[in-house]
Design a protein around this ligand. Sequence first.
Ligand SMILES: NC(=O)c1ccc[n+]([C@@H]2O[C@H](COP(=O)([O-])OP(=O)(O)OC[C@H]3O[C@@H](n4cnc5c(N)ncnc54)[C@H](OP(=O)(O)O)[C@@H]3O)[C@@H](O)[C@H]2O)c1
Length: 287
Amino acid sequence: MSTYLVFGATGSVGRRVAERLAWRGAAVRATSRNPEAAKLPQGVEVITPDLGAPGALDDVEAAFLMWPFHSAERARPIVDALKRRVRRVVFMTGGGALPGVAPEEQPNPVARWHATVERLIEQSGMEWTVLSPSTFMTNTLWWSDQIRAGDSVRGAFGSLAMTPIHEDDIAAVAVQALTKSGHEGRRYTLTGPEVLTQAEQVRLIGEAIGRPLRWEELSLEQERARLLADPDFPDGFVDELLDGYTKMAAAPRPDVTSAVPDTTGEPATTLSAWAAEHTADFGGGQR
Ligand SMILES: NC(=O)c1ccc[n+]([C@@H]2O[C@H](COP(=O)([O-])OP(=O)(O)OC[C@H]3O[C@@H](n4cnc5c(N)ncnc54)[C@H](OP(=O)(O)O)[C@@H]3O)[C@@H](O)[C@H]2O)c1
C-alpha cells in the first residue's frame, strides 16, 4: 500500500491532514521532533523530521510539506530528498509569498523563504500543488487570555479586514490534492467564507461563547509594547506581524475565493462554527 508522508504533523494544519488521511484508511507516516508526544491517531507511524534518514521515505507516494523553519537553508536538501523518492508533493506556503514573483523579489524574509521552497518544488519534476492559505482562524487564540479575563480585546488594526480560514479546510484541500489527480501544477489561494475585520471576529467569538465582547483599539506603539510584554508571544515575530498588518491595512480589502468549496465539495467553515468548537479555549460563557 502506498504511504502518505505528513511533514509537521503536530501542527495546526498537519495534524488535521494526518488525521483525515488516517480516517480514510491510508498508510500515514508523520513527522515530529518528539514522536512519543505526537498524539496522532493509532496506526500513524511517527518519525523524526530527518527525511534523509534510512526508511523515512520508503513507499511514500505523496507528501504534505509545510515550512516550520526561519530560513530557506534546508529547502534544497528537503526538496532533493523528496524528489528522489516521492511522486507528488503538496506544499502549504505562507508569509504572504506573492505568486509568480521570484524569491529575491518577495517583499519580506518570510515570503522569500517560502517562495524559495515553492520554486524548488516547481522545478523538481514532482507533481506539485501549492496551497496559499489566508490567516488561520487559530490565530484568534492569541486573544484567548484577554477574553478569559474580560469583555474586551485590546489590539491595533481593529478595522483590518481578513478572510480567516479553518485549519481543517486547508487540510481537506491538502488531502484532495494528495490523493486525487487533477491538482498538479496548481497554486490555490485558500480563504474562509467571509471577509471579517478583527473587531468583527471578536464580536463573533463573543456570540459563540455567549458573552458580548468588544474591540478596544490601541495605537501601534501600545500594541508593540503589549505584544513584547506577552510571555506567550515570540518577541522576534512582533515587528513582522505589525509590519504585515500595516501593509494589509494599506492594501485593498481581500477577496473570498471559492478554492475550498471547489476542491472539497463542501462550503468553507465560518468563524462562528470554528469558535463554537473552541468555546472552552475562550473560557466558555464563564468568567
Ligand atoms: N498562521 C497563519 O495565519 C498562517 C497563514 C498562512 C500560512 N501560514 C504558514 O503556515 C505555516 C505554519 O503552519 P502551522 O501553523 O500549521 O504550524 P504549527 O502549528 O506552528 O506547527 C509547526 C509544525 O512544524 C513542526 N516543527 C517545528 N519546528 C520544526 C523543526 N525545526 N523541524 C521540523 N519540524 C518542526 C512541529 O512539530 P514538532 O514540534 O512536533 O516537531 C509542528 O508539527 C508557516 O509556514 C506559516 O507561514 C500561516
